[in-house]
Design a protein around this ligand. Sequence first.
Ligand code: PEP
Ligand code: MN
Length: 360
Amino acid sequence: MHNPFPDGTTKPFIIAGPCAAESEEQVLNIAKALKPLNVNLFRAGLWKPRTRPDSFEGVGDVGLKWLKRVRDEIKIPVTTEVARASHVEVALKHEIDALWIGARTTVNPFAVQELAEALRGVDVPVYVKNPVNPELELWIGAVERFTKVGVKRLGGIHRGFSSYGEKKYRNKPTWEIPIEFRRRLPNIPLLTDPSHICGRRDLIYGVSQKALDLGFDGLMIETHDNPDEALSDKKQQLTLEAFAQLLCKLAVRQTEIADPISKQSLEKLRAVIDGIDEKLLDVLAERMNEVDKIGEVKKENGVAIYQPERWNDVRENVKQWAAEKGLSPDLMVKLYEFIHKESIRRQSNVIHGKEQASEK
Ligand code: PEP
Ligand code: MN
């Protein structure tokens, strides 16, 4: 795997710093406190994409000099968000070590392409945050736009997905999306940003640990010297003390087992699982054969495919059997929703013939 990071790969790779640069003093204070914690990159937003127009929109270009001081005097490499070609130009002029693309930019292919053009032939690490909406292809597409112009050191940042209404997380983590991102782009390091996922301090440890448990490569965490007075995202920024404690508390899991004996027993268990999976599919195929037979009976008798009472009974049975077998009833009902959907599709095929059914 190529190394996208300015200072060599360390695992987990930690990016920390305030949501936004607010003053030279604030930036330097935070950076000094982070230095002994060996963070890999210092973050601070200069051009802030805010939801409402009267919010603090960042200090802009003037903050570049402050970040340069962090880099040159405190000796932590620095990163900031770029949303326009003009941001890229001034950031590179000030030797910003790495750039990130925000979630509100990743959603817009025109904006991403404009940034990609500004980075053509430039060797700087670029981290692409997921788009605000849960659309994997849009995220991967943005990464590809940078690959195509020759950006070699690329990373992904999972920052959660927007949804409507009251909810636990500010942005839902929807872990299956970053997991699939990782499967599709195995050579692109992937970090999680628990701050923007959680929106509140008390949830940050859980989400950070989960990302590490999944073998993700690192974390981007907002930290501030006085979060309650921060000009943006005050509820989610950690104090410097809380951040230091978090780093001590996080457990880093290995992705591979080193001990050969344990490795062998893992291989054996995996072979057993493969056998069970095959049997599971045999049973499913058997079930679907019976489903087809029911379809024939319904066809002969002119009966509707979907029968709500029967489906209710199946769900109740599944719940009860799942509980008896120590499985999660809710999860098993979800699994059965897929199985039921497939059963309906098969019966449609039986009743209407394949072509007509596939038009539905
Ligand atoms: C940020 O990192 O400060 C930020 C604005 O994040 P996102 O693009 O994930 O909302
Ligand atoms: Mn923020």
